[in-house]
Design a binder for this molecule. Structure first.
Ligand code: HEM
Length: 522
């Protein structure tokens, strides 16, 4: 244990937010925090932290705290912040920091331009500090993608939405960095970069992990830096939640009718809040509001919410669970291109496969003559076969995949239980078999993808996995998100999204055909 000789006595300072214990009087070697910010180390700071933790507002905090970095030079707030964020995102710098270790600090950051990277990219920054554009450039060059929000064309609500996405969603690969003017927070200095690590919803406070720790400690500060009145509009009003279940039990058997009824009540209106177990959701009820959210502010609301089972299956990769951004778009474009290439062409392997399947099922139905039978399994097999043809270029019967198919089916039959996992986390430990099924499916799919990788022939590309491997090889020189990890998740996406949907559609179609025999004449 070390103690400072000049600051050996512990002093307790009274602050408006409670007492702060320190060995030195702030002002000598650090500046006192102005009243507008609450010291992290104060009673109030600790209390807010506990509350934010309980209300899911600290998802980014732990990985940032794990890699916390104090800027190496007074002008290095941008590079210091970026190093910390890149380390917390677990991005490999691709070159050595010290010894054998690869880690980001201000000196391991690289520019994209090969010529310049021999020089120290931070030379100018040391003299003049970093601009917002330089920060964007450095971020992209070092392996992360960035969505910039400029104060001039971002509303306070959009800013709050970005904070909500970064701090309250369980996404491992989103961080929020703020470039702010210190003087608006009544601090000395001007422009400063630091990551935002948490959000206290009720108080509308953000936790700034200040990288200039020699100057100011971490502090929760008002997200709008305005009056309380404005902050209270952050979360829309909604029906009063019950403990543990929130509003879940109030939704009733026909949730859409309940939601409609609430939207017509003047105290809630077209935008209201619901607490579904541990998750808070905001319900939008009119086409124009939905359009505004999904179209006008697509970059904030375009992603999907965190759903535990989806995340467990797809790990935030591929298309379905990838965060909305460049990674998502690259994969979505690839899928659309591949569906056109392998699926929609006449006489494609998929079309021939579908016709074979129709003949097979027709034959089976004929064999049953007039005796009753369950058609569900047969239809699920058709769906699985189609996805297998599309992804691996082979039927699933020829690949000994009955086991995979059974596990997917078993989990789909437990959709209601799986929904509970999202809202009532304590239920997750009661149904271990569902998670085992997911892990087994992931293992089988990984193995099949691995086999295709071993037998890959770029002259003979007949399916999505081959096309992806080809794309990966072609893009090796460019920085893209095409990776083995993303390929595994993309294939899982297709099985999750394309099996139950197709078999259910066929099931209903057959049901209607049976119930309306006159259409069978056509
Ligand atoms: C009748 C059959 C189908 C129906 C009714 C259906 C319905 C839907 C719906 C409603 C969504 C949007 C869900 C959301 O945004 O959360 C969606 C997304 C998706 N579906 Fe389907 N689907 C069907 C078949 C398929 C098949 C056969 C495949 C794959 C081969 C597939 C792959 C996907 C993928 C990858 C997405 C995510 C797209 C994105 O995020 O932009 N679907 N589907």
């Amino acid at each position: 244990m070390t103690t400072s000789q000049s600051c050996s006595s512990i002093t307790t300072i009274e602050q408006p937010y409670g007492n702060v214990t320190t060995r030195c009087i702030p002002g000598w070697h650090r500046r006192p925090l102005p009243d507008i910010a609450i010291p992290f180390n104060s009673d109030k700071g600790k209390h807010l932290f506990r509350e934010a933790l309980l209300t899911d507002g600290l998802h980014g905090y732990f990985s940032l705290a794990e890699t916390f970095h104090t800027q190496a030079e007074p002008s290095y707030c941008g590079p210091g912040t970026l190093s910390m964020v890149l380390n917390s995102l677990n991005i490999d710098p691709g070159h050595i920091w010290k010894g054998n270790w690869r880690f980001f600090d201000e000196n391991t950051l690289r520019t994209c331009d090969k010529r310049k990277s021999k020089d120290n990219p931070l030379e100018n920054i040391l003299e003049q500090g970093i601009t917002f554009e330089e920060f964007l450039y450095l971020t992209e060059c070092n392996g992360a993608s960035i969505i910039p929000y400029l104060a001039s064309n971002t509303t306070l609500e959009q800013f709050r939405s970005a904070i909500l996405v970064a701090c309250t969603r369980r996404l491992d690969d989103i961080r929020l960095v703020c470039c702010y003017n210190r003087s608006t927070l009544q601090q000395t200095g001007t422009g400063h970069f630091s990551p935002i690590a948490g959000y206290h919803l009720q108080e509308d406070l953000v936790l700034i992990l200040d990288v200039a720790r020699f100057k100011y400690p971490c502090k929760p500060s008002k997200s709008n830096n305005n009056s309380k009145k404005e902050s209270s509009t952050t979360v829309p009003y909604g029906p009063r939640p019950w403990p543990i279940f929130g509003n879940l039990l109030q939704l009733g058997y026909r949730p859409y009718e309940t939601l409609y009824r609430w939207s017509k009540m003047s105290k809630y209106g077209n935008i209201f809040r619901l607490q579904l177990g541990s998750q808070m959701v905001v319900v939008l009820n009119s086409p124009s509001i939905i359009r505004e959210a999904l179209h006008d502010h697509g970059e904030v609301f375009g992603g999907r919410p965190y759903l535990h089972m989806i995340h467990e299956t797809l790990h935030g990769k591929g298309v379905i669970s990838a965060p909305y951004g460049r990674e998502f778009h690259e994969h979505k474009n690839f899928l659309i291109k591949s569906f056109n290439r392998f699926g929609r062409r006449r006489r494609s392997s998929l079309e021939n496969g579908c016709l074979d399947q129709v003949r097979f099922v027709a034959e089976k139905i004929r064999e049953k003559q007039s005796s009753p039978f369950r058609i569900g399994n047969m239809l699920s097999q058709i769906a699985c076969n189609n996805i297998c043809t599309l992804t691996f270029g082979r039927y699933f019967e020829t690949m000994n995949m009955n086991n995979l198919f059974e596990k997917i089916n078993e989990n789909f039959n437990q959709t209601a239980t799986i929904a509970c996992f999202n809202f009532l986390p304590f239920t997750r430990k009661f149904r271990k078999n569902i998670f085992n099924n997911v892990h087994d499916c992931n293992r089988v799919i990984k193995k099949l993808v691995g086999e295709r990788e071993t037998n890959f022939d770029n002259e003979f590309i007949t399916n999505i996995v081959d096309a992806y491997l080809d794309e990966m090889n072609q893009h090796r020189q460019r920085s893209t998100y095409f990776s083995k990890e993303n390929l595994d998740s993309l294939v899982q996406d297709l099985f999750v999204a394309g099996t139950e949907t197709i078999s259910n559609t066929l099931h209903w179609a057959i049901f209607y055909i049976v119930a309306h025999p006159h259409v069978q004449k056509y």
